[in-house]
Design a binder for this molecule. Structure first.
Ligand code: PLP
Length: 397
């Protein structure tokens, strides 16, 4: 018999070529490699709170492990947690939500993936914010649907323009993605914006994925969701989770709120992909929602103070100008006056100034001319980053 040889070519499914990525993780790897060579790098690339998970939540999670919460739960989540989330969303959004309309998933991303998997296919169009969280575009392409970027314009304070949205809607539009507060620009939709978006969509048979993962991190004004408008609850899939609000990125816990029949389909996807979210994590998530919210308020206050200082500092740097983000924890300065392309500039700042940030193009083609800095770092490090970028700009521009 001829011996079996190891195949040299990996014959991937075609769809893998359409899958994008999150550049933040690549930049982090490059920055770590420089650190391994002894270089000092300030990390402003990754979008995760630098705070610890609140201690009451950690204790609840550890206690849950000891108590035996180490087995499967129902795929869509523990009934008690679905109930807690339903009550919380009913309170925050002012519309009645039942536990059957809540699906507990491992993080924010699964709700994006499941929404696209369950609802869109080749021939469908999906409108999404650009610049925007890169996973939207990646997964729209992955499903074979057509991505239709909606530009988030600086002159509109990076809030989407409902008239432009109306112009992009066609008979093939199946889904629209909204994200407020917005990654990477920190823009926050106003009540009027949300009403105008509803009017732009009208009574067409289009679903909306409303990514509200930063809804507790707003510095001015209030959070407004399309889901709260009369008649919209069943057309909206609302995404939220514990990652950003409770500094729980590594616990992997999130949820989607949607009409009951779609929630049942999400449950089927959960059975196929994850079986369930980790059970002790779900117990900890319950404590996060029901326990003292002081840590959330404290985190928001600290982000607020950092934002004020960091944006003011950026505006003093040659070639940089930055609008005030009203939510989330990112700065998205315009760097067109530097004369540098965003990607080259981000690389130079990493290699020559020791500051890791992302090119605006990591968030889509309309991100050219911008950089994204995460302000999830100490005031001291943010100050040092400003000094380094400022000195680099003086020397090189
Ligand atoms: N949605 C937005 C807008 C995000 O910025 C992120 C994370 O950066 C997510 C969803 C995903 O969250 P998670 O890390 O919990 O999957």
């Amino acid at each position: 018999m001829t011996p079996v040889t190891t195949p040299t070519e990996l014959r991937l499914a075609k769809r893998m070529a359409r899958l994008g990525t999150e550049t933040a993780f690549e930049t982090l790897a490059k920055a770590r490699a420089l650190e391994a060579q002894g270089r000092s790098i300030i990390h402003l690339e990754i979008g995760e709170p630098d705070f610890d998970t609140p201690s009451n939540v950690i204790e609840a999670g550890v206690d849950a492990i000891h108590k035996g919460y180490t087995h499967y739960t129902p795929s869509a989540g523990m009934p008690a947690l679905r109930e807690t989330v339903a009550a919380e969303v009913t309170r925050t959004h002012g519309v009645p939500v039942t536990p059957e309309e809540v699906v507990i998933v491992p993080g924010g991303k699964p709700t994006i993936y499941f929404t696209f998997t369950a609802l869109v296919e080749e021939g469908d169009e999906v409108i999404y914010p650009n610049p925007g969280f890169p996973i939207y575009e990646s997964l729209i392409n992955f499903t074979g649907a057509t991505p239709v970027p909606l530009q988030m314009r600086e002159e509109k304070d990076f809030r989407l323009d409902p008239n432009e949205l109306a112009d992009l809607i066609t008979d093939r539009t199946k889904l629209i993605v909204l994200n407020s507060p917005h990654n990477p620009t920190g823009s926050v939709l106003t009540e009027q914006d949300v009403k105008d978006i509803a009017a732009a969509i009208g009574d067409r048979d289009i679903m909306v994925l409303s990514d509200e993962i930063y809804s507790r991190l707003i510095f001015e004004g209030r959070h407004h969701s399309l889901m709260s408008l009369p008649g919209w609850r069943d057309r909206v899939i609302m995404l939220d989770g514990w990652s950003k609000t409770y500094a729980m990125t590594g616990w992997r816990l999130g949820y989607g709120v949607m009409r009951k029949d779609l929630a049942a389909q999400f449950g089927r996807l959960m059975t196929n992909v994850n079986s369930c979210s980790a059970s002790f994590t779900q117990v900890a998530g319950m404590e996060a929602l029901k326990g003292d919210q002081e840590s959330v308020n404290n985190m928001r206050e600290q982000f607020h103070a950092r934002r004020d200082k960091f944006i003011a500092g950026l505006n003093n740097i040659k070639g940089f100008s930055c609008r005030l983000p009203h939510g989330a924890f990112y700065a998205f300065p315009n760097v067109q006056k530097t004369g540098w392309a965003s990607k080259k500039l981000a690389e130079a700042l990493l290699n020559e100034a020791g500051v890791a940030c992302l090119s605006g193009t990591a968030f889509g083609q309309f991100g050219e001319g911008y950089l994204r800095f995460s302000i999830a770092n100490s005031m001291e490090n943010l100050d040092e980053a400003l000094k380094r970028v400022g000195a680099w700009a003086e020397k090189n521009l």
